[in-house]
Design a protein around this ligand. Structure first.
Ligand SMILES: C[S@@+](CC[C@H](N)C(=O)[O-])C[C@H]1O[C@@H](n2cnc3c(N)ncnc32)[C@H](O)[C@@H]1O
Length: 254
């Protein structure tokens, strides 16, 4: 019974891994981290809060490449299977750090008891509706982050590529928020932009399988997402479809 429910619960985790296996995002991401470590020195960073890290592969890579000396890590991850995998990865990847993974949503969490030096938000900006984003970022800035602390943000962006991966999200009814809008929200909430790099991934979305449905379901607002609807949304996309992401570091300067 226990094993059966664990297996079912792993659907999101497995879907995300299957999605990444269709493209070269992991490689592109790691290559970009060397540029970030040239732009910004995070050796003074001791504590990190990760919002929606999933199993944490990207967040741990970021920490390792950034030069941060993490002694305290907090993850906010509502998906149970992902949270379990994250706990295991943290034990081997950040063995000296005191780590805590809370299975809740960022909206339902009261925030850290002590402000942290770094917050990661990788592919999670769509949880907070546009109208509430600035207020959320102000709360994060004033109460969750130390003065001089950083936010590392990764966001999928749409570009003028006619058949880019962003069209799938548009067709499902959840177009990517423009990067300029997200950046403006951070600046208006009192952050300064330290650096930003665009990442260009190639991904095969020409014939998605059923295993990808958990990834796209949250982006489909009209009910249950079926494989037919997803395939329709991917119509015309090629085996090497362009997908663009932005990685940026924002700083709380006072
Ligand atoms: C698209 S995945 C990104 C995972 C990882 N950060 C990455 O870059 O690969 C989004 C993650 O956020 C988690 N999540 C969903 N809703 C959330 C919420 N309201 N608060 C915090 N995390 C959430 C999901 O369970 C999932 O693991």
């Amino acid at each position: 019974m226990e094993i059966q429910s664990m297996a079912m619960d792993e659907s999101y985790l497995k879907a995300l891994a299957a999605y990444h296996d269709l493209g070269n995002y992991r490689e592109v991401f790691v290559n970009t981290l060397s540029k970030i470590s040239t732009d910004v020195k995070l050796s003074g960073v001791r504590s990190c809060l990760s919002i929606g890290p999933g199993e944490g592969w990207f967040e741990i890579q970021f920490i390792k490449h950034s030069g941060a000396n993490i002694s305290k890590f907090i993850g906010i991850e509502p998906d149970h299977a992902s949270a379990e995998h994250l706990r295991t990865s943290l034990r081997s990847s950040l063995p000296g750090a005191e780590s805590q993974v809370l299975e809740t949503t960022v909206q339902n969490w009261e925030g850290p008891s002590v402000p942290v030096d770094l917050i990661t938000m990788f592919h999670v900006s769509f949880f907070v509706p546009a109208g509430e984003r600035q207020e959320f970022l102000k709360k994060v800035r004033d109460s969750w982050l130390v003065s001089g602390g950083y936010i590392a943000l990764v966001k999928a962006i749409g570009k003028n590529a006619p058949n880019g991966a962003h069209v799938v999200y548009e067709r499902l009814g959840s177009p990517h928020t423009a990067w300029e809008e997200i950046e403006a929200d951070f600046l208006n909430a009192g952050f300064t932009k330290h650096c930003a790099h665009e990442m260009h991934e190639l991904i095969d979305l020409s014939s998605p399988g059923e295993n990808l449905l958990p990834i796209f379901q949250p982006r489909f607002k009209k009910g249950l997402l079926t494989l037919d609807i997803l395939r329709d949304a991917c119509k015309g996309l090629e085996e090497k479809t362009d997908a663009f992401h932005m990685i940026a570091i924002f700083k709380r300067t006072n």
